[in-house]
Write a new protein. Structure first.
Length: 187
């Protein structure tokens, strides 16, 4: 599958499996989850990549039916079409993966129903040692509050890379970075 074909169109293809009711803690299924990014280069083409290793949990408060999503992305799991671009993106001027080997996300508390209904998801993203608020839109899915195990949740968002001290090549590289998450939930 091509990375970020169009405006993150790859994430719009939902493959939600039927799922069993929630039992015990929920975890992000590392083998079936990914994070994607895209940033404009010279306002003509787009640099895109996919992080293939995401681990994390969905901590559910049984008293109020709300959840907190915590995820950690392994920066070295980045896949790109070009080895040259991959090396540049992992270098100090962009992700600085040697100093900061992971990217973290912690969501605000969200009702479980919102995960399947499609809703807004706010949280805090930590990248390059900098933590900033972020906003995602969760895409509608067949997931329900009682049937999350095995579901795939997808979310889209945009950040400004300068908020995370990524200031290199501003004449050639756009500041806005599109993000896409495709998270499969496991027990």
């Amino acid at each position: 599958m091509k990375y970020l074909a169009g405006p993150l169109a790859a994430l719009l293809l939902s493959g939600v499996a039927s799922a069993a009711p929630i039992e015990g803690p929920l975890h992000i299924d590392d083998a079936h989850s990914r994070a994607e990014f895209g940033v404009r280069l010279l306002w003509v083409s787009k640099v895109t990549g996919v992080f293939e290793r995401i681990r994390g949990t969905i901590d559910i408060d049984p008293d109020d039916g709300r959840a907190v999503v915590q995820a950690t992305i392994d920066a070295q799991s980045l896949k790109m079409d070009s080895a040259r671009f991959r090396n540049w993106v992992l270098a100090p001027e962009f992700f600085d993966a040697a100093r900061y080997p992971s990217i973290g996300f912690v969501s605000a508390r969200i009702p479980l129903d919102a995960l399947g209904d499609g809703d807004e998801l706010d949280g805090r993203l930590t990248m390059r040692g900098v933590t900033q608020p972020v906003h995602f839109t969760i895409l509608r899915s067949d997931c329900t509050a009682n049937h999350l195990n095995g579901c795939t949740l997808q979310a889209l968002g945009t950040i400004d890379r300068t908020d995370f001290d990524m200031r290199g090549r501003r004449g050639a590289l756009a500041d806005k970075v599109e993000l896409g998450l495709s998270i499969t939930i496991g027990p």
